[in-house]
Design a protein around this ligand. Structure first.
Ligand SMILES: NC(=O)c1ccc[n+]([C@@H]2O[C@H](COP(=O)([O-])OP(=O)(O)OC[C@H]3O[C@@H](n4cnc5c(N)ncnc54)[C@H](OP(=O)(O)O)[C@@H]3O)[C@@H](O)[C@H]2O)c1
Length: 248
C-alpha cells in the first residue's frame, strides 16, 4: 500500500513513517521540511495521487485557541479536499482523550478537528490517545523559566508514541471505522513527577515548580479529564521503560 504520512518529521510522525515501512508499505512523507505546506495546501493533490490512505500526524506547537483552531481546521480541510480530488479512500486522524470536552487553548483545535471528521462523508478513522511519553520533552521546552522548570499540574496516563504509531498503521491498512476505542498508556502519572524523573535521568539539576494553570485548559489538565476511562485498551511500555530506553 502507499500511505501518506502528514507531519512525518514530528514526534509521532517519525514513528508512523517507520511503522509504515516496517509493515512493508510505501511511506510518502509530508512536512514543510519535505517541501509541502499543509496550511497552504499547494501541491497536496499531486502528492496524494495513488495513495491508499493518509495518516495525519501534523500539529501546531501553539497553545493559543485561535491559532490551534486555525491550524487543525485548515489542515484537516485541505487534506480531506485533496484526498477527495486524488481519490484517496481513507483518512486516519489522531486526537487526544478528553480534548473535545475541555475545548480550550490547544484542545480547542483538536475539538474542531474532531468535529470536521464527524461530518465528513468520505472514509475516515480516528483514534484518541493520552499524552505520549515524549510529551515531557515538549513540556521542558515550553516551561523553562530562568533556572526553574515550570510544569502544569497535570494528570496523565502516558503512552509510547511508537505504540500509537503501530495502532494508526493498523487502522490505515484496514477499512475506515470512524471513531475507534481509545488507547492509553499503562500507568496513571503526575506530569511533575515525570519531568523530575526525566531531568534526573538526563543529569540535569533544576528545581521543578508545579503550577495549576488557569481556566478550562488548566482545570482539565488537573481534574482527570485527560485520563482514559477504566477498561481503556493500554499500551505496554511504561514511562520508566521508555526513559531507560532513551538513556540507553
Ligand atoms: N504530543 C502528544 O503527547 C500527543 C498526544 C496525543 C495526541 N497527539 C496528537 O498527535 C499529533 C502529532 O503530535 P506531535 O506531538 O507528534 O507533533 P509534533 O512533534 O509537533 O510534529 C508536528 C509535525 O507537523 C508538521 N507540520 C507542522 N506544520 C506544518 C505545515 N504547515 N505543513 C506541513 N507539515 C507541518 C511538522 O513538520 P515541519 O515543522 O517540518 O513542517 C511535524 O512533522 C497531533 O495531532 C497531536 O494533537 C499528540
Amino acid at each position: 500500500m502507499k500511505i501518506v504520512v502528514a507531519g512525518a518529521t514530528g514526534t509521532l510522525g517519525k514513528h508512523v513513517a517507520d511503522a509504515v515501512r516496517t509493515a512493508g508499505h510505501e511511506a510518502v512523507a509530508i512536512s514543510r521540511a519535505s517541501g509541502s505546506d499543509l496550511v497552504t495546501g499547494s501541491g497536496l493533490t499531486e502528492t496524494l495521487r495513488g495513495a491508499d490512505a493518509v495518516i495525519d500526524a501534523s500539529a501546531t506547537s501553539s497553545t493559543s485557541a485561535r491559532k490551534s483552531v486555525a491550524f487543525f481546521t485548515t489542515v484537516t480541510r485541505n487534506l480531506l479536499a485533496a484526498e477527495r480530488e486524488a481519490g484517496v479512500p481513507h483518512h486516519v486522524a489522531i486526537s487526544i482523550i478528553g480534548a473535545a470536552r475541555i475545548n480550550a487553548n490547544y484542545y480547542a483545535g483538536k475539538a474542531a478537528q474532531e468535529e470536521i471528521l464527524r461530518s465528513y462523508s468520505g472514509g475516515w478513522s480516528m483514534l484518541r490517545t493520552s499524552q505520549f511519553h515524549e510529551f515531557v520533552r515538549q513540556i521542558l521546552t515550553a516551561g523553562k523559566v530562568g533556572p526553574v522548570q515550570v510544569v502544569p499540574k497535570m494528570l496523565s496516563q502516558p503512552v509510547a508514541a511508537r505504540e500509537v504509531a503501530g495502532e494508526l498503521v493498523t487502522l490505515a491498512t484496514g477499512r475506515p471505522q470512524g471513531l475507534v476505542p481509545d488507547f492509553a498508556g499503562p500507568r496513571r502519572e503526575l506530569m511533575a513527577d515525570l519531568v523530575r524523573r526525566y531531568l534526573a535521568t538526563t543529569g540535569v539539576s533544576r528545581p521543578v515548580l508545579q503550577v495549576p494553570l488557569p481556566g478550562a485548559f488548566g482545570r482539565g489538565m488537573r481534574d482527570g479529564t485527560l485520563l482514559p476511562e477504566p477498561g481503556t485498551r493500554a499500551g505496554r511500555q511504561t514511562f520508566g521503560a521508555w526513559l531507560a530506553d532513551q538513556a540507553g
